[in-house]
Design a protein around this ligand. Sequence first.
Ligand code: ZN
Length: 249
Amino acid sequence: MLVEFLAERGLELSDEKTVITHIDDGFDFLGFNIRKFKGVLLTQPSKKCVKKFLDGIRYTIDSNKSCKQETLIRLLNPKITGWANYYRCGASSKTFQRVDDQIFRKLWQWAKRRHPKKGKPWVLKKYFHHYKNRNWRFLVVLNKNGKEDIFPLKLAFETKIMRHKKIVSEANPFDREWKEYFEERMTYKMLISLKGRKSLLYMWNKQERKCPICGQEITAETQWNVREKKVSGQTVRYLVHDKCYKQNR
Ligand SMILES: [Zn+2]
């Protein structure tokens, strides 16, 4: 009752601390920050999660000071793509660009340190190249059976744009291949609507914040999703770790 009363007035009971927060100020929910800005609901990766992601990237770069450029790209790419995929629906392009910019700065530092006696233009030319309408992409040219193969560091921004294009041109709810994608859209829809968020919180608490498959907690640090199950003709929705769902399908 109280929750509904408050919701109508744009107020919410924060689940964890039971402090009243105004939706304009926003709140964090499983790694997303949700707030209203000029009347529009925005979901963004929370600042804490962006920082944690970048800390992890910096750590990987710092712990691989002398490895081959190709190796570093192989280490970083799955991290960048994984993170960007998790947030592709919720985050603005600005967040993705900012993240890419921070990674670039760190890699530039990494590259300069390897060649203290060389000038900046030399270092730049060795590690960064023009690729797909962008300057200074961190990439290597591999030689596969006499054929040149460009292997670039992934951009978070690129992941977002690519997903968006795919949605527009290829998405079809009746296509089995796209089933998973629409399930994720359902999560997103729930995340942006007030009613949806309340039922997410409800599910989360009802499950005692645990994943029904592995029994471990669902937190901001674990990738999660809403899934559906038919139980004696009724559709039941539940929160589950992405990893667990994929393994048990
Ligand atoms: Zn699980």
